[in-house]
Write a protein that binds this ligand. Structure first.
Ligand code: LLP
Length: 386
């Protein structure tokens, strides 16, 4: 995964830092183009997964749009050169200011998550003399079989409008003159590795689309959200997920109407595998049942293990000695600041470099200043390869 030249270059950089393999991102985007865009699907990158301009630049060049969940993300997408008509805006708690940001830019779609939000949007659009393009985010009650913190499409989740509210929605919609219903939106969760939940989603979408039609609402687009997962255990064997079967599943199972557009909002599957958190080993401490490798990156740089019990592969970059057992831990004053427990790694010593893999999505963007830690830098393969 890392070339000797890259590892050599790392030794001159202050650790920890994020490293992005832009060639891998290009290859991943080529897959999305081949199996998604070229089939007529519209793909919005979920900018929450990674908002670095260098990443966004390649995503824009590939022809993707953006999915946002805050006003700041809309501003960032526009600054990165995306056209407002490629921007979808979801989120259960859009503030008036954020809605106004979306209105000012005439974005492609407000993905509305409650009837009250729809009413507020209608009022704000009317005040601004605009018509907001709206997609209703529906909660399809589909089990995504993923970690409960990243499950979003069940009745117990705060996201979307549950289908029991549809009669009310159908009654209200004609009185909202400043919103234009253009589509329906779904997002059932994240890090979904099996295709089955998406097949179930398609069934729900088909039924709901029939219902909207019966009530006289024609939908220009269907937005299926994101959620496709990546292989955290073996990032080198599966550097990007199988996009072919993902997109084909929707081609096969969705009952589309003529000229109906299909949109996706993919985050992790696009940016996840191209990023690594590079860190230096500070101390090796012998424990009772294991050895602690204390590294200089912590949950402040990558919170996923502490927050979701996520497992990111740890590669040792500067040792090929026989293996020993380690707990790889960070320097933060929390026991959850642990990247891996009881894993076999080539024997490491103070000063060795490790790479925490598959950290390109929800890594750098979720870093915090806890313990007054500084935000770390990002480096890119295009700059370090020479
Ligand atoms: N669309 C909406 C409305 C979303 O809420 C999300 C992610 C996506 C699309 C993109 O999902 P993806 O394709 O990346 O799975 N921080 C967590 C993940 C939270 C995902 C939140 N929503 C993690 O590190 O696992």
């Amino acid at each position: 995964m890392f070339t000797p030249a890259q590892i050599e270059a790392f030794s001159n950089l202050k650790t920890p830092f994020y490293f992005y393999d832009l060639d891998l991102l290009r290859k991943t985007l080529d897959q999305v183009k081949e199996y998604g865009l070229s089939k007529g699907f519209h793909v919005h990158f979920a900018i929450k997964a990674n908002f670095n301009f260098r990443i966004l630049e390649l995503i824009k060049e590939a022809g993707l749009g953006i999915d946002c969940v805050s006003g700041q993300e809309i501003e960032r997408a526009i600054e990165a050169g995306f056209s407002p008509d490629q921007i979808a805006f979801a989120g259960v708690g859009k503030t008036d200011e954020e809605i106004q940001t979306g209105l000012n830019h005439n974005i492609f779609s407000f993905n509305c998550e409650s009837l009250q939000e729809l009413e507020v949007l209608n009022n704000l659009a009317s005040e601004a003399g605009k018509t907001a393009q709206v997609s209703i985010r529906l909660n399809p009650n589909v089990e995504a079989n993923t970690h409960k913190y990243i499950t979003t499409g069940l009745n117990e989740n705060k996201f979307g409008i549950t289908t029991d509210k549809l009669p009310l929605l159908f009654d209200l919609l004609p009185s909202f003159h400043s919103v234009n219903l253009t589509g329906i939106h779904f997002h059932i969760g994240s890090q979904i590795r099996a295709l089955e939940p998406f097949v179930q989603l398609c069934e729900k979408v088909n039924n709901l689309q029939d219902l909207f039609e019966q009530k006289g609402f024609e939908l220009e687009h269907i937005n299926l959200g994101g959620g496709y997962g990546i292989d955290y255990e073996a990032p080198d064997e599966e550097p990007f997920p199988e996009f072919k079967s993902f997109f084909e599943l929707f081609e096969k199972n969705l009952e589309l109407r003529e000229n109906q557009q299909v949109h996706f909002e993919l985050g992790r599957s696009i940016a996840g595998q191209c990023g690594s958190l590079i860190s230096k080993v500070l101390y090796i401490k012998e424990g009772i049942a294991t050895n602690f490798a204390v590294i200089d990156a912590g949950m402040t740089e990558l919170i996923r293990p502490a927050l979701y019990q996520a497992s990111h592969k740890v590669d040792v970059l500067t040792s090929s000695k026989p293996e020993k057992t380690y707990d790889v831990v960070g320097p933060i004053c929390e026991s959850s600041d642990t990247f891996q427990r009881g894993i076999q790694l080539p024997e490491i010593k103070r000063g060795d470099f490790v790479a925490i893999r598959s950290a390109g999505a929800y890594g750098e963007v979720m870093s915090s200043g806890f313990n007054l830690r500084e935000r770390v830098k990002a480096y890119y393969s295009d700059d370090l390869n020479q």
